[in-house]
Structure formats: C-alpha cells, structure tokens
Design a protein around this ligand. Structure first.
Ligand code: ADE
Length: 262
C-alpha cells in the first residue's frame, strides 16, 4: 500500500511514520509513505497558503489552489488517483470496520487541514471521503492523519509479523480483547489467572473468550449489544453472560468494588 499525506507540517508526519513498526514496514517494502508540503505548490510569490474567510469571522481558510496542485503531483507520483480522505471533526468517526476496508485499497491520500479548515470547494471537487478521529477538536489534521495511517497500515498484510496480532485484538472481532499477562507468575502478591498456566489450549481459549465478553459488557455495553445484533455471539457466550452476577456486570476496569477508586 502507498499512503500520501498532504500537509503544512510534513516533517511532523515523517518522524512518526519512519519509526517503529510502520518505519520497518517501509524498509521491508510492504508500505510506502510520502509526505508532501502543500506550501510548495502555491502559485503566489509569498507562498501564502491561507486567507481570511469571505463573510468575515475568526481564523484563516486554506486556499484551494495549492491543495489541488499538490494532489495532482501526488497522482502523478503514485501513477494513479488515490482515494482522497480529508480529516475533519465534521465527519463520521473512524471505526475499525472502516479501517479494514481502507486497508484493501492500494493507494490512499490524506489531506490535513489547519486553521479554520479548507475552502469548501476542495471538498466538493477533490475529496472522496471525510473522517474524524473522535468528537473533540485538535489544532490540525496531522495527528488525525497519523492515527488513520497507523490504524490502516497495520492491517496491510506483511506490516505486522503475525496476522493473529490483529485478529485477536480489541474491536477486530467486535469485542474488547481479554487481559494479557507475562512473567512473573506472581507480582506484588497478584497472581496470573490459573487458566493461563494450565497449558490446556481449549480451556485457555474459552477463558479468553469469556474475559472478552465480560470486559466488553463492563466497559462498552454498546459494543456487546452490537455484537449481539450482528449475530457474533454463540449459545455458549449467552450462557456465560447469564452466569455473571449483577455485581460482576457493574464492575469496571478489572477492579473489584473494594479496589475501585471512589
Ligand atoms: N481536525 C481537528 N480535529 C479533528 C478530529 N477530531 N478529527 C479529524 N480531524 C480533525
């Protein structure tokens, strides 16, 4: 997959995308990320990228011209017209489901806005999709673009070493992931659940499924209801959920009531 990011802060994006797993995926050749400075595409001598909004008001609005020119250059470099996504809080919120679909595309281009956003005509003429990363407002689209790029890129085959890494984790199956432990078996008097030390694969799998169900019920009951509606719960899952006491259903973050902070 190739991801192009159009931004006024390309270095900020490069630093993040060249590190860790995403950086290694680029070196391996399974992923290409290119960051483009929108300012380089302005047709005015001052290299101005924004201006006051027509009709007045606070902040500055990014010009359409440099964004259009930058996107044309991206299309040329990529050898195709990528699916163009504009990051904005005025959009549907990114979900794991949408990330899975986007990971199937060979090319993505992400547009980062700043100030009061971009000229509306850019959205009409160029943008294929708008996405938000949550119902809060950031100073620009760079962090949202990096969140989206990371979330999508890690689903591209070959980016993570083992597919199980993401098929087991939170949100992939519609439930939150079960708790994880590593050595030592006892830490500050707290023991690893004995099921995990049993070496019995079927018991471990069942215990993990039950913990996923319990955790999703306690922390994100909305997700459990959705999983139920989508037919993702088995007869065994239903039976387990019925065995949970009212107290267990209300516990949160793995803490019992005695431990929970007031
Ligand atoms: N730009 C500013 N805030 C944003 C958000 N929450 N999601 C996407 N883009 C944004």
């Amino acid at each position: 997959m190739r991801i192009d990011i159009m931004t006024l802060f390309p270095q900020m994006c490069e630093v993040v995308m060249n590190e860790s797993i995403i950086g290694r995926a680029q070196k391996k050749g399974v992923l290409t990320v290119r960051c483009h400075q929108i300012r380089e595409y302005t047709d005015n001598r001052q290299k101005q990228v924004d201006d006051y909004p027509y009709g007045g008001g606070m902040g500055l609005v990014m010009y359409a011209q440099p964004i259009d020119a930058c996107f044309r250059a991206v299309c040329e470099q990529a050898g195709t017209r990528p699916h163009l996504i504009y990051l904005t809080p005025q959009a549907p919120v990114l979900t794991q489901e949408r990330a899975k679909e986007l990971a199937q595309l060979p090319n993505l281009c992400l547009l980062c806005g700043h100030y009061e956003g971009v000229d509306e005509r850019v959205l009409e003429a160029l943008v294929d999709e708008t996405l938000s990363i949550g119902d809060y407002v950031l100073t620009g689209g760079e962090l949202p673009a990096l969140v989206l790029a990371d979330c999508v890129a890690r689903l591209v085959p070959g980016v993570l070493s083992d597919e199980a890494c993401f098929t087991e984790e939170s949100h992939y199956s519609g439930l939150l992931e079960y708790p994880q432990y590593t050595r030592p078996a006892v830490w500050q008097g707290r023991e690893v659940p004995p099921e995990l030390l049993s070496g019995h694969h079927a018991h471990i799998a069942r215990w993990r499924r039950e913990q996923s169900l319990k955790r999703t019920l306690q922390r994100r009951p909305d997700l459990l209801e959705k999983a139920e509606r989508e037919g993702l719960l088995t007869e065994l899952d239903h039976r387990f959920l019925q065995t949970l006491s009212d107290k267990e259903k209300q516990e949160n973050c793995g803490k019992s009531e005695d431990e929970a902070e007031p």
